[in-house]
Design a binder for this molecule. Structure first.
Ligand code: RB5
Length: 155
């Protein structure tokens, strides 16, 4: 897969480890910056990464900021982006398997590089299960999320 990576200054400390983790399991990285610890605005980098996912230039993305919260909020404002802040490996794979997560968010001021690598690799190994027999409920639930995304009501 092609995996987009973007960060602000708060997540920059994890960027190298995240790129190494992605390449280490055989995926290609598209690096959208930032390239230093100089202060920048996380929504700018979030938009660039999410456009790449929306337009098919990347299959999935990893977004970093200080807490992981800012990039996660900004990413989820964009159509077709299913972003989640995961600081544990269970959420990182289950979010893909059940919820169709396509962007993983991490906080560079919250977790260390070894845990970040394991979380990234759990995220990349996982596949959505909603198209498998007996797992249709997950596709139904994601379909409902898409309706909310498009301004429709479930009531
Ligand atoms: C930057 O100082 C910080 O606010 C940002 O990286 C992020 O943590 C926002 O959620």
């Amino acid at each position: 897969m092609r995996i987009a990576v973007a960060t602000d200054h708060g997540g920059f400390i994890l960027k190298e480890a995240v790129i190494g983790a992605i390449e280490g399991v055989g995926h290609d990285v598209v690096d959208y910056g930032t390239d230093s610890a100089e202060s920048v605005d996380y929504p700018d980098f979030t938009e660039t990464l999410c456009r790449a996912v929306q337009e098919g230039e990347a299959d999935r993305g990893v977004l970093l900021c200080g807490s992981g919260v800012g990039v996660c909020i900004a990413a989820n404002k964009m159509n077709g982006i299913y972003a989640a802040l995961c600081h544990d490996t269970y959420s990182a794979h289950q979010g893909v398997e059940h919820d169709h997560m396509n962007v993983l968010c991490l906080g560079g001021r919250v977790i260390g590089s070894d845990l970040a690598k394991e979380i990234v690799q759990s995220f990349l190994k996982a596949q959505f299960v909603g198209n498998q027999t007996g797992q249709e409920r997950h596709a139904r639930r994601v379909g409902k999320v898409r309706k909310l995304e498009n301004g429709k009501s479930l009531r």
